[in-house]
Design a protein around this ligand. Structure first.
Ligand SMILES: Cc1cc2nc3c(=O)[nH]c(=O)nc-3n(C[C@H](O)[C@H](O)[C@H](O)COP(=O)(O)OP(=O)(O)OC[C@H]3O[C@@H](n4cnc5c(N)ncnc54)[C@H](O)[C@@H]3O)c2cc1C
Length: 409
């Protein structure tokens, strides 16, 4: 069986690596001309995601590019501690979660997939998908056409493959929040913040997070509730202007945010946050969606990359054991879990952005939820999820069929 994977982010790279580990042929088509392991946003990969990395044989390389994280500490605008929530149930070796660059994670997965025999094509932008009775094919921007047995759409929240699978598929929803992030060295805050803990401040005009790295730097982000940043505004605003704006937003709040922003480097500016709650069609006859292409949670969920990794492992295992009959089984296995996580992410996003009266009420509720253990139970419930032990075992499964037994999908 040959997989054509559209997209070389976390979902696509993990799908390619999983496929190679069970002996499927795979070509990854990534539109970017090069993969920079140091670009874009930071993420924290929860233990359910680390478990998949372990199964894919890349947990140690991930540890080499990530920093151990154990808890989220929640503070009100004035500095009062609202609660402390664990990031998940530890793996057998005691590790809980890793904070890392998202691009570093996808780069190490791509490297491992290529080392295992995956064919990686950079600068390969997929323009269209054909999924007829003759087998699936994709057409690239340069006009070339590639055929395979299954096309896996791992092309992110604005997925073309999703629109090809179902032209009436819903558009992503703007969640009303813009993301900014950066890194700061030399303020001394990395020693004043608790180690291995994200500190979140539910501020007056923004929500901020800060995470101290043992190398003296602090990773931070700012969420601002506002209309989307337009292309014109983006083009007209320099990093310095964004930082001045963010300092102003965070100035009235306790915690390190204003100082970190003032002294730091902006790495992510004006990122409009979208989610994708319910996609009616997850697959076509021989095409299927994974990761943000089919269920993008808001970043507040802290689960998008972990979900993408789980998708990859479940899909590949079903493809190699059931062939194309594995596509509906994949949807059945995954839909309920991921849709619940997208809904939870949307609730968390709303909690970040109330008005002045709502803030007082919200802080009280958060304190109660943290003190009663409700918050911890929700996180532990989500992150304790482990894939079935037999998934991706090298010898499992019958010969793969490439024809669906129930006709067109
Ligand atoms: C600010 C922020 C913070 C986050 N924090 C966390 C967190 O703490 N924990 C967590 O687990 N998740 C987090 N997430 C979510 C997580 O990053 C995503 O859910 C995950 O990376 C999705 O991976 P993906 O591969 O599905 O999509 P993407 O990362 O979007 O990758 C899609 C890839 O497809 C390529 N592509 C697109 N179109 C085409 C085409 N036509 N042809 C070829 N290639 C194409 C793109 O270039 C890209 O490389 C966060 C997200 C953001 C934005």
């Amino acid at each position: 069986m040959r997989l054509l994977v559209v997209g070389g982010g976390v979902a696509g790279a993990a799908t390619a690596l999983a496929a190679r580990r069970v002996g499927l042929d795979v070509t990854v088509l990534e539109r970017r001309p090069a993969l920079d392991p140091d670009e874009g946003s930071w993420i924290t990969l929860a233990p359910n995601g680390l478990d998949v990395l372990d199964r894919l044989g890349v947990l140690d390389p991930a540890r080499a590019v990530g920093w151990s994280a154990r808890t989220n500490r929640l503070l009100a605008s004035g500095g009062r501690v609202l609660g402390e929530v664990p990031l998940g149930t530890p793996l057998a070796d005691g590790s809980v979660a890793l904070t890392m660059k998202r691009s570093a994670l996808s780069a190490l997965l791509v490297d491992a997939a290529v080392a295992a025999g995956a064919d990686l094509r950079l600068g390969a932008s997929v323009e269209s998908l054909e999924d007829g009775a003759g087998g699936p094919a994709v057409v690239l921007a340069d006009g070339s056409r590639l055929t395979g047995d299954v096309v896996v759409g791992a092309d992110g929240v604005w997925s073309r493959v999703r629109r090809a699978v179902d032209p009436r598929t819903p558009e992503p929803r703007y969640v009303g929040m813009v993301n900014f992030g950066g890194v700061t060295a030399g303020t001394g805050w990395n020693e004043r913040l608790a180690p291995e803990a994200w500190q979140f401040v539910f501020g007056r005009r923004c929500f901020t997070g800060a995470f101290p790295l043992p190398n003296g730097r602090v990773v931070w982000f700012v969420n601002e509730a506002r209309p989307q940043v337009t292309p014109q505004e983006r083009a007209a605003t320099s990093d310095e202007q964004w930082r001045a704006h963010l300092c102003d937003l965070a100035a009235a709040d306790a915690g390190p945010a204003a100082e970190l922003i003032a002294a730091g480097r902006l790495e992510l500016a004006g990122d409009n946050t979208h989610d994708l709650a319910r996609v009616p069609r997850w697959h076509g006859r021989a095409s299927v969606l994974v990761g943000d292409a089919v269920h993008a949670p808001s970043p507040s969920s802290g689960q998008g990359a972990a979900m993408a990794l789980e998708d990859a492992a479940v899909l590949v295992d079903l493809l190699r054991t059931r062939g194309l009959d594995g596509l509906p089984a994949y949807e059945t296995a995954r839909r309920h879990r991921v849709e619940g996580i997208v809904r939870a992410g949307a609730r968390t996003t709303s909690a970040k952005m109330p008005g002045p009266v709502g803030r007082v009420v919200r802080d009280g509720i958060l304190r109660g939820l943290a003190a009663s253990g409700v918050m911890a139970r929700e996180v532990l419930g989500t992150t304790a999820h482990r894939l079935e032990a037999h998934l991706l075992e090298p010898t499992r499964g019958a010969a793969v069929r490439c024809v669906r037994s129930d006709g067109p999908g």
